[in-house]
Ligand binder design. Structure first.
Ligand code: PMP
Length: 373
């Protein structure tokens, strides 16, 4: 056996995780013919070939602030900003880097950040790193958020951060009321639309656009409905200038590949025009929601859109159901703590636009055989 030296404590801790049903590892690629119903590739673009001629260089070679800035970055950012109706956008290497970099650049010690209890780990980490006081409010509780903003009147600045479409629950906050609360208490509204841009809202512009709400800062992901990789932050020019200077995950990180930036520009133009794919996604989602409800009943948590969380509870049980589905050619991973709160393990089923009626029939049959028999 390898001598683990100073890492020897890890072996015992990993065994403990395994015994608790909480050990995680990258899953083996699904066998051919397996239907994947747990990705965030809601439109199915992720399985398409590279969307742009790869004339652009493969690597930026350095931070955008050193020698890594390429015309393709600026073009992609302008395309995103125009699509969403913001002055400016800035690319990050991932949604994780975008949230951590943006929140820690904006909020400062003394400020107050009001954060939804189910916000993504990257939002939580960004809040912590900022050094601001973080007030975590119950999920989607506008009254609690407003009370926290009111209480923070003495702080230099107030920030409210929420997802628009919660990744593990498939539900949404009331953005109209959150916007009003922010306006009333002079707070900035930061909305993470990672799971909404591309798939939801007019021209795929997300749920703030659907609600007619303008966030001060909008974070979007490019590795989900757009089927590529990376993320962006959109807002006014001053936001972009500030992030150039203070978002450490931008400043101290190699610029994204210019070839990827070119692909992003093509994908944004495609997704903005692809109402047909969004209509297909809606149809698939409606049928899948009805089918799953007929099998799992109330375990399908109240949700809308392509994220359909089926509540299980104990992690071991969620794994067992996931394995039974896999044996039947359906990939739906068990989602366990720390991704979701303890005791709330679930199967997070996601629809995508390319599922056929025959696929959906397979899915419901597999669920009927696999769900707590
Ligand atoms: N925000 C939310 C709400 C997410 O669900 C995720 C990814 N699951 C991210 C940010 C991070 O995005 P990325 O995968 O591009 O790092």
């Amino acid at each position: 056996m390898t001598d683990l030296g100073a890492l020897r404590h890890l072996a015992a801790e990993i065994t403990a995780l395994e015994q608790a049903g909480l050990l995680r590892k990258p899953s083996a690629p699904p066998p051919a013919g397996c239907l994947v119903l747990c990705s965030n590739d809601y439109l199915g673009y992720g399985t398409d070939p590279w969307p742009a001629p790869v004339e652009a260089p493969s690597g930026a070679g350095a931070s955008r602030l050193v020698s890594g800035h390429h015309a393709e970055h600026a073009l992609a950012e302008q395309t995103i900003a125009t699509w969403l109706g913001f002055e400016a956008a800035l690319l990050f290497s991932s949604g994780y880097a975008a949230n951590v970099g943006t929140l820690s650049a904006l909020a400062r010690p003394g400020d107050v950040i009001v954060s939804d209890a189910l916000n993504h780990a990257s939002i939580i980490d960004g809040c912590r790193l900022s050094g601001a006081k973080v007030v975590v409010v119950p999920h989607r509780d506008v009254a609690a958020a407003e009370a926290a903003l009111e209480q923070a009147q003495g702080a230099p600045r107030r920030w409210l951060v929420t997802e628009s479409y919660f990744s593990m629950d498939g539900d949404s906050p009331d953005l109209v009321r959150l916007r009003a609360a922010c306006d009333r208490w002079d707070a900035a509204l930061i909305v993470d639309e990672a799971h909404a841009v591309g798939s939801l809202g007019p021209e795929g512009r997300g749920l703030a656009a659907r609600a007619g709400v303008r966030p001060d800062v909008l974070v979007g992901a490019l590795g989900k409905a757009l089927g590529l990789q990376g993320a962006f932050v959109a807002g006014p020019m001053v936001l972009r200038t500030w992030l150039w200077n203070r978002a450490r995950s931008f400043v101290f990180s190699t610029g994204i590949s210019p070839a990827l930036a070119a692909a992003i520009r093509h994908r944004v133009l495609r997704v903005a025009a692809d109402d047909e794919a969004r209509a297909r996604l809606d149809r698939v989602t409606s049928r899948l929601r009805a089918d799953l409800t007929s099998v799992v009943g109330d375990a399908l948590l109240p949700s809308h859109g392509p994220i359909l969380p089926c509540f299980v509870g104990p992690p071991e049980e969620a794994i067992r159901i996931s394995l039974r589905l896999r044996e039947r050619g359906i990939l739906v991973q068990a989602i366990r703590p720390p991704t979701v709160p303890p005791g709330t393990s679930r199967l997070r089923v996601t629809a995508h636009a390319r599922l056929t009626d025959a696929d959906l029939s397979r899915v419901v049959a597999a669920f009927a055989e696999s769900w707590k028999p």
